[in-house]
Design a binder for this molecule. Structure first.
Ligand SMILES: Nc1ncnc2c1ncn2[C@@H]1O[C@H](COP(=O)(O)OP(=O)(O)O)[C@@H](O)[C@H]1O
Ligand SMILES: [Mg+2]
Length: 482
């Protein structure tokens, strides 16, 4: 393969690894600067028809999944997928960085803080993956890259993924192809019934490996319960150990049921840790401050004003006076907006556009006009928030070139469970950043978005969030449920 050029422009320059497929580093000869890319070639080692069939299916799935998920900033993009001379290839974005087994090495123990950051970073990616009904099935250090440019983690190798629609069954002869990596695979996945929390198990094992410096297969197990025994190998806060233990319970029913549950447990742990650190180190200073601050605040009016304004994190927000926009009864929407913002009422029943709000324009007419917009989509039939989110995540990014999703998580809108996605991309010549929040109620979806040029995004963020938080869906006579 080395030296070969595929499709006339992907020149293979280095062999990287072998699984069901062989992975190569390549360069795209057609683009300026000949950027690197990753070429995977389907190459099962056994030419058993069943293995071949499974390998082909998984290879296909990997391409489809990368295509579906590759808009996320921490998942490689799919660049091409083709057949040439009877061989199947998949080309994906090259991530410049180091795979984690350069950092998770036997004998080296990561600090607690590093493990917590690692878990939070991967869990946020997994949250997005699971939202798309996909189980990764092969979380482990060699499938995670720490990107050099920003230190963020990137999840790779979607070659083992499973779409959670029906469960994997062995073929008629009862043969299965091992999927996942021994040591990281929980029982239910090993017998062909992966659950979303199978990924939580593999991630927990990876974290325990990083903390202990011991390879998963060498970690001792309780002879009776078969649970991993590791707590005595390191000195860490019992709360973190509890979280990890719950991530790696043998019985998937006793594990965390969703990524969000783990994220919540971690975030309350982080808050407690921060508080404790602060308590330990700053008690003396805190006492002095507690005594001094009220005096200063009372005595110096400028400081008083600053402090109260900054407690809202945006000094301009406290001074802003807001007006209320009330839509027609068809849309049933109420939202507050700053008095000095321009409102454009649209209320178009056909497109679902309700209204747009613009901050006072800058003199520079070439810059991108930030906006907050409200839409209502008539769904015609009942749809759950997760299902709508699934559709929407794929849809929203289509309007931007090079879209990248930075965050995707549950939130609230108009006091209802909602979903928030933060993403970036190019719109005409501008690099824009956008928050989209949506909820569904009575067969209608309500969507609020804030868009600004990336460099200006923070300027109006607080105001836009205040506007989003103020959204109300008014009760109609026929639908009085809240
Ligand atoms: N998108 C990527 N960017 C950079 N390196 C990659 C990328 N994808 C894979 N690699 C490298 O190639 C190795 C093998 O790729 P992977 O997708 O994990 O396939 P497999 O484990 O099935 O052989 C990885 O461990 C990593 O070192
Ligand atoms: Mg791999």
């Amino acid at each position: 393969m080395l030296g070969t050029t595929l499709r006339g422009h992907y020149e293979i320059i280095k062999f990287l690894g072998r699984g069901f497929s062989e992975t190569y580093l390549a360069q795209d000869q057609d683009l300026p600067g000949k950027p690197y890319c990753i070429v995977k070639q389907l190459k099962p080692q056994l030419w058993d028809p069943f293995v071949l069939q499974t390998a082909t299916r998984l290879f296909e799935t990997e391409a489809q999944v990368l295509y579906k998920l590759g808009n996320h900033d921490q998942i490689p993009r799919l660049l091409a997928h083709f057949e040439e001379n009877g061989e199947f290839y998949l080309v994906q974005e090259f991530i410049d960085g180091d795979i984690l087994n350069k950092d998770i090495i036997p004998g080296k123990q990561w600090s607690e803080d590093k493990v917590i950051n690692f878990l939070q970073d991967i869990l946020k990616i997994l949250e997005f993956v699971h939202q798309q009904n996909i189980i990764h099935r092969d979380i482990k250090p060699s499938n995670i890259i720490r990107r050099t440019s920003d230190g963020k983690l990137v999840l790779i190798d979607f070659g083992a993924v499973k779409e959670k629609i029906n469960t994997f069954r062995p073929n008629s002869q009862g043969k299965t192809v091992p999927i996942g990596t021994p040591g990281y695979v929980p029982n239910e996945q090993a017998i062909g019934n992966p659950e979303f929390n199978s990924d939580i198990y593999a991630l927990g094992i990876t974290a325990i490996q990083a903390l202990t410096g011991i390879l998963p297969k060498q970690l001792p197990k309780d002879p009776e319960t078969h649970e991993v025994v590791w707590r005595n190998l390191v000195q860490i806060q019992p709360q973190l150990a509890d979280i990890l233990d719950k991530m790696v319970r043998c019985d998937s029913r006793k594990r965390y049921q969703s990524v969000n549950e783990v994220l919540q447990a971690l975030s309350s742990l982080v808050t407690k840790r921060k508080f404790k650190k602060w308590q330990n180190r700053k008690i003396a200073l805190a006492l002095v401050l507690v005594a001094l601050v009220p005096c200063i605040v009372v005595l110096v009016p400028e400081i008083r004003e600053k402090i109260f304004a900054s407690s809202h994190n945006d000094s301009s927000l406290t001074k802003t006076s807001f007006l209320t926009y009330d839509s027609s009864n068809y849309f049933m929407i109420r939202m507050k907006y700053p008095k000095d913002w321009r409102i454009q009422k649209i209320e178009d029943r056909f497109t679902g556009d309700v209204a747009k709000f613009f901050p006072p324009p800058k003199n520079d007419s070439n810059s991108f006009q930030p906006e907050v917009s409200v839409e209502m989509e008539d769904l015609k039939k009942p749809i759950s928030l997760p299902d709508y989110t699934n559709l929407k995540v794929n849809q929203i990014t289509r309007y931007l070139t090079n879209p990248r999703i930075n965050e995707s998580h549950p939130t609230k809108l108009a006091n209802l469970p909602a979903h928030e996605v933060i993403y970036t991309g190019k719109q005409e010549q501008f690099n824009v950043k956008r928050i989209a929040v949506w909820t569904v109620k009575d067969n209608k979806a309500y969507i609020v978005t804030y868009t600004a040029e990336e460099s200006q995004y923070d300027t109006f963020l607080e105001t836009a969030q205040a506007m989003m938080n103020s959204l109300e869906i008014r009760k109609s006579a026929s639908t009085s449920s809240k």
